[in-house]
Design a protein. Structure first.
Length: 281
């Protein structure tokens, strides 16, 4: 069962009503909902004092306190044992699925220099599938052998070559970069590069970066989602905690970043233009 915590702080009243609110006890309500094999326990804490006393809800939350679904505006005391659920696994799938569809729709994909920045080694399946559209991609791996093994499979099964390295500077040659688990370190990219990643990079990148994804949530799950949670965040919990792995096949309708929004079609057209310019230089 998933557990979500919502905090409701009523607007400040005036006069006698304000005094009455200060005297009222905080209220804790629980609603259990089910859809498509998933159960959600939604705890709503209404604070009349403006403070949140976690001990009032602790018994209800129980062992779920370390992976609570809640707004990122809710901050827990460091030593309370309470933590907001966070995972990039589902976002990594959205990111890779959109990248693959964009490559599929790009007539000049074979002219693109494609890169994968994936030190955690989560997108090796994307690499194999992308080889149908791109040639000799550059992979920045971490301290594991995932991509080294995938490179051998690519050569043996597909006759395709892949460059696997730990040298991040190699990404400077790339026109299109997939970073499925985010970008938390400085990387050098050409000004014309396009990047798809999971979550806003924590380090500035002076290129087109897209990191938020819009998609259609499967019927039924929308009735479970607390209103203050984004669809991507809620589906991330369904995917990671609720074992709803079919969500990993969703292809986003669009991706968004500081440079605007791209649909799959417009992203494919953007990559096609970048490929033609790179080929003609």
């Amino acid at each position: 069962m998933l557990t979500a915590l919502s905090v409701n702080v009523p607007e400040k009243a005036e006069g006698l009503r304000r005094l009455a609110n200060r005297l009222r006890r905080d209220r804790v309500e629980v609603q259990v909902s089910r859809a498509r094999g998933v159960s959600l326990r939604h705890i709503t804490y209404t604070s009349y004092s403006g403070e949140v006393r976690l001990d009032r809800a602790d018994r209800l939350i129980g062992a779920q306190r370390s992976q609570l679904l809640c707004s990122d505006k809710l901050v827990f005391p460091v030593r309370s044992g309470y933590r907001r659920f966070s995972s990039r696994s589902f976002s990594a799938r959205l990111c890779a699925n959109m990248a693959l569809e964009a490559l599929r729709g790009c007539p000049s994909a074979a002219r693109l220099c494609c890169g994968i920045y994936d030190p955690r080694g989560v997108a090796s399946d994307y690499l194999l599938r992308s080889l149908s559209y791109c040639v000799n991609p550059i992979v920045i791996e971490g301290d594991n052998d995932v991509y080294s093994l995938t490179r051998e499979r690519a050569l043996t099964e597909l006759g395709a070559t892949v460059t696997v390295t730990k040298n991040r500077a190699e990404l400077e040659h790339c026109d299109f970069v997939l970073a499925p688990t985010g970008i938390d370190v400085p990387i050098q990219l050409k000004p014309e590069a396009v990047v798809l990643t999971a979550g806003e990079p924590s380090t500035p990148l002076n290129v087109e970066v897209y990191y938020q994804y819009s998609f259609r949530m499967p019927n039924g799950f929308d009735a479970l989602k607390p209103k203050e949670l984004s669809e991507e965040y809620f589906c991330s919990a369904l995917y990671t905690l609720g074992a709803q792995y079919e969500l990993g096949s969703i292809v986003p309708l669009s991706c968004r970043g500081r440079y605007g929004t791209q649909s799959v079609k417009s992203l494919a057209e953007l990559l096609d233009n970048r490929a033609k310019k790179a080929y003609n230089r």
